[in-house]
Design a protein around this ligand. Structure first.
Ligand code: ATP
Ligand code: MG
Length: 160
């Protein structure tokens, strides 16, 4: 169904701002103000961005900044979530989309979770004919990018 992606991202960001108050994370949003109608399953895409943003929070230090940026292109829309957290070593980056893979097993155990989040996110994004990728620098931070098919001219319920 046609869903306003900007509104969805604002809702997710606001929810995480509330539940992570203690960590003093700063949420920066670079999201167009006008509606961005994207053909998607809203619940599934919510699950995708919930996982990406929860990872960004989980692997950020107190007071870290998280940026959610939307870039519209001719036929696609990019959503980038960037954090200033622990980062991921280069050789581990391709593996984070594998089921149950976690970079640091001891730390992962303390932080909870199963290591399935990104594997599920990849499956859901690909089922929307999109891509997901990760770019990270160890000890500096991480950017997760999701690209979805998009047409600027699409309006709610009407696509050309
Ligand atoms: P779950 O999502 O099931 O709760 P998880 O968060 O550990 O568990 P994934 O979301 O699949 O699992 O992420 C896999 C691994 O990738 C994580 O355990 C972590 O090591 C690494 N990772 C993911 N996102 C980040 C990030 N933003 N910064 C640093 N490491 C990350
Ligand atoms: Mg996760």
């Amino acid at each position: 169904e046609m869903t306003d992606l900007g509104e969805l991202l604002h809702q997710i960001s606001e929810r995480f701002e509330m539940i992570t108050k203690d960590k003093n994370i700063g949420f920066n949003k670079d999201i167009p103000m006008h509606p961005l109608y994207v053909d998607m399953d809203k619940d599934k895409m919510t699950q995708v961005f919930d996982n990406i943003v929860s990872n960004a929070v989980k692997y950020s230090p107190d007071g870290g900044q998280i940026t959610i940026q939307v870039i519209t292109r001719a036929k696609a829309i990019d959503i980038e979530v960037t954090d200033e957290g622990v980062g991921i070593p280069k050789d581990s980056q391709p593996k984070v989309f594998d089921r149950f893979y976690r970079v640091d097993k001891a730390r992962a155990r303390n932080l909870g979770g199963t290591g399935l989040g990104l594997a599920i996110a990849k499956e859901l994004v690909e089922s929307h004919d999109g891509y997901i990728s990760i770019d990270s620098e160890w000890q500096k931070g991480t950017t997760v990018s999701v690209t979805l098919p998009y047409s600027v001219h699409e309006k709610a319920g009407v696509s050309e």
